[in-house]
Design a protein around this ligand. Structure first.
Ligand code: UD1
Length: 427
């Protein structure tokens, strides 16, 4: 077990380079299954969810080779199984992309139900609806999702709810279906477009990704490719927010400024100075932040994955801010951790009402999930003493070299080993 020890008070200053997008990487790496050949993927983030995805690919029989820290070569010519056991899927939501890929390639997948961050109920009915729309049969037994079809046939599928995962999964299944598939009411996140571009580079025929309707002409064959993953919108946003919260001045490099607009707009509304360049954004914090009202929504709305980090900045703003969660049922578990650090936040259903405070106070806290973990780290960077953050394995699922990047910006943060507690058998 590891934890961070953070001494707050240093404004972040300097430059930081964003890694490849986690949520694009986990889908694109899974999608190499469709190549039946060799794919070389660049800008792969060095994070736990990527290692887990590569482990699953190896388990399936793919040959996986790192060319350098961020470039991976994957040969999926010969795979040996269509079943993925629970131990490999239990810690990561995105393991569900293997349903769509394996179904498209083999007409069968048996994958344990996915894990990932706990935001309340995380249904999969829209994935199921999409697969069934293509002619597949979906069974859930003993915690395994078994999906199979003799033949996938293109169809018109209207999603009842905008879902990133269901959009990508059904797109993965449909690329090799016979005929045309039209997906309506789809998600439009940058990683949906990235996955579609990747699949097209492998020979797929997908149009409309990034709009409400995606049209897919099924193809009978796909091939290996070389592809570079887009920069991570949420990692970039996290450093932007950390700069704003600590009163800093940071140039965030390797970003697509257009993807950052929902976050940029809210930071500007709080008085933060944001300067956009071709592939970078500079954040300069004001003397005093002003209150803000935010509602999370599917892209291009404000991303739910930036909600906890933004709550930290709102805590330091003058006046009363509100944050309404519009995507998940329960995404305020981190509030208790911030309250331990002196935050004045009241949660009423899907809304958090935040009264501004002068400063966070050091306290022992936990990363309750990936983005919640980033939020408590930012709060600790603004704290008045030494804060210890436990359960940082959540953070390492999605942030490459988090403490190293923060240290390079002047943060006083150390990652230390914590000996596991030995509990005596005699009670
Ligand atoms: C992905 C992201 C996650 C992010 C979320 C929303 C990955 C690996 N994870 O999660 O970080 O917070 O998008 O941007 O990319 N829903 C249904 N039925 C379904 C599927 C989803 O009702 O079959 C609902 C969910 O309960 C939720 C909403 O749709 O309320 C959005 O979920 P979805 O976009 O599917 O999130 P994920 O793909 O799981």
């Amino acid at each position: 077990m590891e934890k961070y020890v953070i001494r707050g008070g240093n404004p972040l200053k300097g430059e930081v380079t964003v890694s490849g997008a986690k949520n694009a990487a986990v889908a694109i790496l899974s999608a190499t299954v469709l190549a039946e050949g060799v794919c070389t993927i660049e800008n792969v983030p060095d994070i736990r969810d990527v290692f887990t995805t590569l482990k699953i690919l190896s388990e399936l029989g793919a040959k996986v080779r790192y060319i350098n820290k961020t470039t991976v070569e994957i040969d999926t010519t010969h795979l040996v199984t269509t079943t993925i056991p629970h131990e490999l899927t239990c810690n990561m939501r995105a393991s569900y992309y293997f349903w769509g890929c394996m179904l498209a390639r083999y007409g069968h997948a048996k994958v344990s139900m996915p894990g990932g961050c706990d935001f309340g109920v995380r249904p999969i009915d829209q994935h199921k609806k999409g697969f069934e729309g293509l002619g597949a049969v979906v069974d859930i037994e003993e915690g395994m999702l078994d999906v199979h079809a003799d033949h996938l046939i293109g169809n018109q599928i209207f999603f009842d709810k905008v879902s990133v995962g269901a959009t990508m999964n059904v797109m993965l299944a449909a690329v090799r279906a016979t005929g045309v598939t039209i997906l309506e009411n789809v998600a439009k996140e940058p990683h949906i477009v990235d996955l579609a571009n990747f699949l097209n580079s492998m020979g797929a025929n997908i149009m409309g990704a990034g709009t409400d309707v995606i049209k897919i002409h099924g193809v009978s064959e796909m091939h290996g490719t070389e592809y570079a993953i887009i920069p991570d919108q949420i990692e970039a946003g996290t450093y932007m927010v950390a700069a704003a919260a600590t009163g800093g001045d940071v140039l965030v490099k390797n970003v697509i400024p257009k993807h950052m607009k929902p976050i940029t707009a809210k930071l500007e509304a709080m008085g933060v100075e944001v300067e956009e360049f071709d592939e970078a954004i500079r954040i300069s914090a004001p003397n005093k932040l002003t209150k803000i009202d935010i509602k999370t929504l599917p892209y291009p709305g404000f991303p739910t994955d930036m909600q906890p980090q933004m709550a930290v900045v709102a805590c330091l703003a003058e006046g009363t801010s509100t944050i309404t969660e519009g995507v998940w049922d329960n995404r305020f578990r981190y509030v208790y951790e911030l309250q331990k650090m002196g935050a004045d936040i009241k949660v009423d259903g899907k809304m958090a009402v935040i009264e501004g405070i002068d400063c966070f106070k050091a306290a022992p806290v936990k990363a309750t999930d990936l983005r919640a973990g980033a939020a408590v780290v930012i709060a600790a960077l603004c704290g008045d003493g030494e804060t210890e953050v436990e359960d940082i394995y959540h953070i390492e699922r999605g942030y490459e070299d988090f403490e190293l990047k923060l240290s390079s910006l002047g943060a006083d943060i150390r990652r230390i080993e914590v000996p596991d507690l030995q509990i005596s058998a005699a009670i």
